[in-house]
Ligand binder design. Sequence first.
Ligand code: SF4
Length: 351
Amino acid sequence: MARESTRVIRIGDKVIGGGTPILIQSMTNTRTEDVAATVEQIHRLEKAGCEIIRCTVPTQEAAVAIGEIKKQITIPLVADIHFDYKMAIAAMENGADKIRINPGNIGGKDKVAQVVAVAKERNIPIRVGVNSGSLERELVDKYHGVTAQGIVESALDKVHMIEELGYENMVISIKSSDVLMCVKAHELLAAKTDYPLHVGITESGTIISGNIKSSIGLGLILHQGIGDTIRVSLTGDPVEEIKSAKLILRTLGLRRGGIEVVSCPTCGRTKIDLIGLANQVENMVAEFPLDIKVAVMGCAVNGPGEAKEADIGIAGGIGEGLLIKKGEIVKKVPENQLLAVLREELEHWDV
Ligand code: SF4
């Protein structure tokens, strides 16, 4: 089922599915019970572009904290529940906009029924989350190991369990740290259901390996028209997840907006600290809501030509650089003023 045809689900004031724009999620890594630290992190994530936030709710104190956190943030909050169905109910009673559970892990059908009853009463969506690491023994045996087919069957079993309880306000997520298995599982699942899918590659690792695995996995899945919300899971500051998610969506042509920075790889011609400058530019442009391309090139010989496709760019020289627009040199600028001059141009950009 391509994203244009998935069901539309409301999470707080956001809508997902039915071909609406793919939303970016992240998860806090603070103790949810620590309201101040969690709110501070969510504010940083919101500023970076996070559109839905998930917090773990392992204790009653955390469930109560959800209520306080909700008062101080503007994006929908998803309560992540492991094992204890009472936490799912408490999180919903304290204002969670969605809960994420694995119905297979919360202690049997009667417990699931109690959770679903509260969700139904409050019309709160349930994200049915299944992870390859917790696949049931019988499915591992049936498919001779952990497989995409097993993951999909496990997820659909849980979905049917909730449907039998008369509730269909659901989102599905299936995860595997094996990228190709994850892709295959999404292809199989999308062919069998029209519930919106939350897509991510789990346990993908630190910044470099996490970004590579997520880019490949999400790229292959999203490019087939599958996926309604995404999370890039990284072992690092969750703000990095948002930056990566935005770039993945933009690269796939699934989102516009935000400045794209292109920079050359540097070579023997580079006479300025281009690596430092490119990083500074990337950080600096993040605050500008412009939909343009900025080039950061290492030399005056090839830089202007290679930066032709960019709306604006800078190219290094010896002790000075060039300001370029659409491949044309506009003026020379002392090296230590390149960043400031570029910033000024962006501040006065005529949209
Ligand atoms: Fe080398 Fe200049 Fe090309 Fe950068 S733009 S890679 S410095 S030739």
